[in-house]
Design a protein around this ligand. Structure first.
Ligand code: FPP
Length: 256
């Protein structure tokens, strides 16, 4: 796949000319921090630190390009398997990010949403996530979803358990359960399904990210390691997205 280097403006033009081909919601699996650090002989947490810088650049670029929703996979339910020191470093980075960036994001009209379970999270992290939700809840210009302690199957399991409890208590009829009801019980309720999921860092899988929501999502896998991601890479992914023909199970446009 060869794609030309494009400025944000040309990516925007490319997608708008594609008639509605600018995605509303983009999800990103930010992979490759550890390998980036190893390349430079640095400890893995340094890769995560650079990953936060890449996240800042990407949120800025997403706002500039006109996306409405961006969801980033920051800590998965499987990441607990990593050494305690790395898990602690990731929690510390979330705190730094919130402490340094929340005020600015709030003033830019960004609404923060958090997806995932709070179970097992340290109290200060839990409180900080609540603060981010609380302080930005009235914003409407841009939506940033932070998937933290998130796993798609865990999210679906919690939703299904809630529905089962409601059915047992007689609050809903089992027959009333449909796809829309399940979607409305997920953490991402209020966000449209992602049009595009980008995964950096060479792997080609979803790793339990937005598994229900991504049934018809376009997937773009990029070799760039996350700390090197930025406006240019985002535009490259948007150009790839604009070139795709989304059929949602229907026929190719023009075919009859
Ligand atoms: C994957 O790289 C990345 C993560 C597990 C964490 C992503 C987190 C950030 C970018 C920073 C934290 C974000 C916030 C909002 C504070 P990896 O460690 O699996 O890399 P590797 O596959 O090269 O080892």
């Amino acid at each position: 796949m060869t794609l030309s280097r494009a400025s944000s403006d040309s990516a925007r033009q490319a997608t708008e000319e594609g008639n509605g081909k600018l995605p509303r919601h983009v999800g990103i699996i930010m992979d490759g921090n550890g390998r980036w650090a190893a390349q430079y002989g640095m400890p893995r947490p340094v890769g995560h630190e650079r990953g936060v810088e890449a996240l800042r650049r990407t949120v800025k670029a997403a706002q500039k390009t006109g996306l409405e929703y961006l969801t980033v996979y920051s800590f998965s339910t499987e990441n607990w398997r990593r050494p305690f020191s790395e898990v602690s470093a990731l929690f510390a980075l979330l705190k730094t990010f919130m402490n340094q960036d929340l005020k600015r994001l709030k003033s830019e009209g960004v609404r923060i949403s958090v997806f995932g379970t709070r179970e097992g999270l340290p109290e200060d992290v839990d409180a900080l996530l609540d603060r981010a939700l609380e302080e930005t809840r009235d914003n409407t210009r841009f939506n940033l979803g932070i998937a933290f302690n998130y796993g798609g199957r865990e999210e679906i399991t919690r939703a299904v358990r809630g529905l089962a409890e409601d059915a047992r208590a007689g609050r809903i009829e089992p027959e009333a359960i449909d796809e829309a009801m399940i979607s409305s019980r997920l953490d991402t309720s209020g966000f449209p399904d992602p049009d595009l999921i980008i995964r950096t860092g060479e792997e080609r899988r979803l790793s339990n990210f937005l598994v229900w929501q991504s049934a018809y999502t376009e997937l773009v896998f990029m070799d760039v390691l996350w700390p090197e991601f930025g406006e240019h890479s985002l535009n490259e992914a948007l150009e790839t997205f604009a070139s795709r023909d989304r059929r949602f199970g229907g026929l190719k446009s023009g075919a009859a």
